[in-house]
Design a protein around this ligand. Structure first.
Ligand code: SAM
Length: 311
């Protein structure tokens, strides 16, 4: 064991499959490592699922997912009518901001959501949250040219009862760990905001843990990626901040399906909405196929609300 990294040692220790507590890990590894290093490795591990305060298990995959090809602006009202509730809602919106179109190059070639449409969506989002502490994560570009427009979207939260609980950023890195650039300029960070009705992070020990993440950027479209894809590990990090195994996550603009993938990899139930059939057929479904053993059971591309029963 001596030559293994702390992360590997922890994984080996918990591979016995039983529930464990942080306290046990401190006792097991505390002589060689500081508590905060142990805690950080546990939170980073994709194999560890939190089942309750201070309790963790190794990830098992028992999946359930619904993917719907719909217009979120309209469909969100059906989710509210069906009285669905979620432990976490992710909003990576197709917004329309200055700085997204460079000269004649249309960088955004899909439909966008206006500020007013966004306002009507987040008013419904609030109704879909399970508890006072259930969190919404909202991402938006933070570049100098787009920040004014971004603020107008962010300000729309003041029309809801949602309160800011934390904020951070996502910095896109190259394979070599350098900040990605566009010509001479570094790509701006994307901003991440989290809200809940109570104004608190659900897991209080996460409060104060930075929400600033730097991760390798996913492949670009010419390499088979999706144009606005976020890194899987970013979504896994956010999901672990706010949910427990078995809980339900809604992604209102699923894109490549990376949020759904991250949720399933951590044993959460996932529900994604996406208007583009190209995104669903060529990205979401192939990406999630690996969670299905034979027939795609529990993995549905549908518009029938009866299928929400498992939520
Ligand atoms: C910023 S991307 C989401 C990217 C995603 N988070 C990922 O990491 O792959 C926004 C997505 O919203 C979709 N979209 C645009 N208008 C929509 C609408 N009215 N309803 C549902 N989806 C929509 C676009 O097709 C696009 O895939």
């Amino acid at each position: 064991m001596q030559n293994l990294s702390l992360a590997k040692k922890i994984e080996k220790y918990i591979a016995q499959g039983k529930e464990f507590t942080l306290q046990e890990l401190y006792t097991e590894f505390g002589e060689d490592y500081k508590k905060h290093s142990i805690r950080a490795r546990v939170y980073e591990s994709n194999k560890v699922i939190r089942t309750g305060r201070g309790s963790y298990i190794l990830a098992g995959i028992d999946i359930e997912a619904v993917i719907e090809e719909v217009d979120t602006k309209e469909h969100i009202f059906r989710l509210v009518d069906a009285k669905l509730k979620y432990d976490m809602i992710f909003l990576d919106i197709p917004y329309s901001l200055a700085g997204q179109r460079g000269g004649n190059r249309a960088l955004v070639d899909y439909e966008t959501i206006s500020e007013d449409e966004f306002k009507s969506i987040i008013i419904e989002v609030e109704k879909l949250l399970k508890n006072e502490d259930s969190q919404v994560f909202f991402m938006i570009a933070g570049g100098k040219t787009s920040i004014k427009g971004a603020k107008r979207y962010i300000n729309m939260f003041s029309h809801t009862g949602l309160k800011l609980v934390n904020q951070g950023s996502y910095t896109k890195l190259t394979k070599d760990g350098k900040v990605c650039n566009m010509g001479a300029y570094k790509l701006p960070k994307e901003l991440i905001f989290s809200y809940s009705k109570s104004g608190k992070e659900r897991f209080s020990e996460m409060t104060g843990m930075s929400m600033d993440y730097s991760y390798q950027r996913p492949p670009l479209p010419r390499a088979g990626g999706y144009r606005t894809q976020k890194p899987l590990i970013l979504l896994q990090s956010l999901i672990k901040r706010a949910t427990l195994a078995g809980e339900a996550i809604l992604d209102l603009f699923a894109g490549s399906g990376v949020t759904l993938d991250a949720g399933l990899s951590l044993g959460r139930k996932v529900h994604g909405l996406e208007i583009s059939s190209d995104a669903i057929i060529n990205h979401v479904l192939p990406r999630l196929q690996r969670y299905t053993r034979n027939e795609p059971k529990g993995l549905l591309a549908t518009t029938q609300t009866s299928l929400y029963d498992f939520m």
